[in-house]
Write a protein that binds this ligand. Structure first.
Ligand code: M6R
Length: 362
């Protein structure tokens, strides 16, 4: 039931404040973080290996930044189809974590089976608690996104990010990298996230207007730095899946190592740049793009827009949010840009060509 929405994807995008609340209440108590039994003590984890496909992989890639920066935990991330055949050595003290909405993705399941008996422990972050990946894990952490029908994953992505961030915060505390006060401070912002997300949903009109122009493009680039790099990759995937426009994402700093050769007046460049600690660096990359005639869609907050918005072709303004939570909020403009571009192109948003919701063959 689409609940009055034109597409499941639109419904699932709009459901995010509700399902994010559900994911948060499953893992946060009044006073802190609570994982289902037997829990995880990250003080005993030497290395975390995260494996997934597609959007779930981008959730893992985002979480790598969190685990490394917040918890000082060495993290390896990989796509399951490469990991499973590479014969990667699994060192003692390694915890392996598999992320999958369906819990049935063939490559991810095979990667899990490769790690079984080698890794100290197998964790999974899944939407379907009775799935194969959940059943074969030592601890399965459900994301509480509810059934996701749109082939393009939206609410599962933000719920995966939520659970992964909670795990990274737990790791930071377990490993003595975060004080109780610092934890409480981040948890307060996290509890406010559904409200902030809801406020952002109300700003969808600018995104729709921009998307109508993007629909004319043949190629679109996404740029981001730090936490916005994995999100740029997710934005490009979402756009190509449902609008069939060729989209690529690059880490902003990689631009001058090749991709800048692609820039001309016909290539819109979506720059994901909240006014965070890396803002100035990203904006200088944005200026390099504009100097070559590239049309920049700047996705930022009010502070970022007041500094760099005037130069951009289009500016999309998100509510302010603390840096560590930016991937959760900036997923929304990435999803809405893809959605409205696809609508403008008249594609089948919920059932894009050649794609299946669950990829159970390799
Ligand atoms: O069910 P899974 O999370 O394991 O699926 C992984 C990918 O197939 C999935 O995320 C795919 O990339 C989506 N269509 C992305 O929107």
């Amino acid at each position: 039931d689409k609940d009055g929405y034109k597409h499941f994807m639109a419904k699932e995008i709009a459901e995010q404040p509700t399902v994010l609340s559900a994911a948060l209440s499953a893992y946060l108590t009044e006073t802190g973080i609570a994982l289902p039994d037997p829990g995880v003590d990250f003080a005993k984890v030497d290395r975390l290996t995260m494996v997934a496909c597609g959007t779930a992989y981008y959730a893992c890639f985002t979480a790598k930044y969190w685990f490394e920066q917040l918890a000082g935990l060495p993290v390896e991330v990989d796509i399951a189809s490469e990991f499973r055949y590479r014969e990667p050595p699994i060192t003692p003290g390694t915890t392996a974590l598999f992320v999958s909405q369906s819990g049935e993705t063939a490559d991810t399941l095979a990667a899990l089976r490769y790690c079984a008996g080698k890794a100290e422990r197998i964790l999974s972050v899944v939407n379907v608690p009775e799935s194969s990946i959940a059943r074969e894990s030592d601890l399965a952490l459900p994301i509480h996104a509810g059934t996701e029908i749109g082939v393009a994953s939206t609410k599962a992505f933000t719920c995966q990010l939520t659970v992964l961030l909670v795990l990274a915060l737990k790791a930071a505390v377990d490993r003595g990298r975060m004080t109780e006060d610092q934890l409480q401070d981040v948890l307060a912002s996290l509890r406010a996230l559904p409200g902030t997300f809801n406020a952002a949903l109300g700003r969808g009109d600018d995104i729709r207007d921009t998307a109508h122009e993007l629909a004319e493009a043949r190629d679109i680039l996404f740029l981001g730095r730090g936490l916005m790099y994995p999100l740029a990759l997710e934005g490009a995937l979402k756009l190509k899946e449902i609008s069939y426009i060729h989209a690529e994402a690059y880490a902003s700093g990689e631009l001058k190592h090749g991709p800048i050769a692609l820039i001309d007046q016909s290539v819109p460049v979506v720059v994901m740049a909240p006014k965070d600690s890396l803002f100035e660096k990203t904006i200088s990359n944005m200026q390099e793009v504009m100097a070559r005639g590239g049309k920049v869609v700047l996705v930022t907050d009010a502070a970022g827009a007041s500094i760099a918005g005037a130069d951009a072709w289009k500016t999309i303004v998100m509510p302010e949010i603390r840096e560590v939570l930016t991937p959760l909020l900036y997923a929304l403009p990435a999803q809405l840009l893809a959605y409205h571009t696809a609508i403008a192109k008249g594609t089948d948003v919920d059932q894009p060509r050649n794609l299946a919701k669950s990829v159970t063959v390799e």
